[in-house]
Design a protein around this ligand. Structure first.
Ligand code: SF4
Ligand code: FES
Length: 248
């Protein structure tokens, strides 16, 4: 199929940026979206133009790097997939596709479609861990009984890949689905209870410091999240935060 691409080009963080039109031809419906972008970049390199900068790593839906806003949706029109897992069969011959970076104050654009998501790293560093004794006397995780429902919910929360689609989708640029998932994955397990109070307080404080907006329960984040992270995680984070505040 032949396509027209309208792509955000921005030379650097301080450049104003603009949409630029490109044409790509003979795109197979079996290609992934990133493979289609590779075809465009090969074409640009062959004609001496600057290729489009975009983030990617695993190309398997695991790393969360491939942040693109495609036709007004984070990770494009398919559900439950990242941009690298989006296939060109979702588009038709002759389509015009608009491609922009994830936009949020806390995710400044570095170049073209690449945004700086280190704000997520700093939130993780504020509390997204547990401290355990690794001297050799560590109790085997399997020796601690955990209700099946809690184990399943913790596992579901842990599938968040930190892609940032929830932030890019939210009209408030809220990171509460991401932080809710990171708080929940520990809050549900006995190993995570030890530092639960400081964790939720520190992660929420860092989230606010980074400039993410507040949650107004619109629910768009849950719909666009490629890993199906549930809004229940935001409710759990709020309850954890309330419990921590009462303790403090
Ligand atoms: S909650 Fe979903 S959309 Fe948000 S960072 Fe995690 S995987 Fe991405
Ligand atoms: S490149 Fe890793 S999730 Fe898309």
């Amino acid at each position: 199929m032949n396509l027209t691409l309208k792509i955000w080009r921005q030379k650097g963080p301080n450049d104003k940026g603009q949409m630029v039109d490109y044409n790509v031809t003979e795109i197979s419906e079996h290609m992934s979206f990133l493979e289609m972008m590779d075809v465009l970049n090969e074409q640009l390199i062959n004609t001496g133009e600057e290729p489009v900068a975009f983030d990617h790593d695993c190309r398997e839906g695991i790393c969360g790097m491939c942040s693109m806003y495609i036709n007004g949706e984070a990770h494009g029109p398919d559900r439950g997939v990242t941009t690298c897992q989006l296939h060109m069969r979702m588009f038709k011959d002759g389509d015009t596709i608009t491609i922009e970076p994830f936009r949020a104050t806390a995710f400044p654009v570095l170049k073209d479609l690449v945004v700086d998501r280190t704000s997520f790293e700093r939130i993780q560093q504020a509390g997204g861990f547990i401290s355990v004794n690794t001297s050799g006397n560590t109790q085997d995780g399997n020796a601690i009984p955990i209700p099946k429902r809690d184990a399943d919910d913790a596992m579901d929360a842990a599938t968040c890949i930190g892609c940032g689609a929830c932030v890019a989708t939210c009209k408030n640029s809220s990171a509460m689905l991401f932080v809710g998932a990171k708080v929940s994955q520990y809050a549900l397990l006995p190993q995570g209870r030890v530092e639960a109070t400081e964790r939720v307080q520190n992660m929420v404080a860092q989230m606010d410091l980074e400039g993410f907006g507040n949650c107004t329960n619109t629910g768009a984040c849950e719909i666009e999240c490629p890993k199906g992270i549930s809004l229940e995680n935001i409710a759990r984070m709020n309850s954890e935060f309330m419990k921590a505040s009462l303790k403090g």
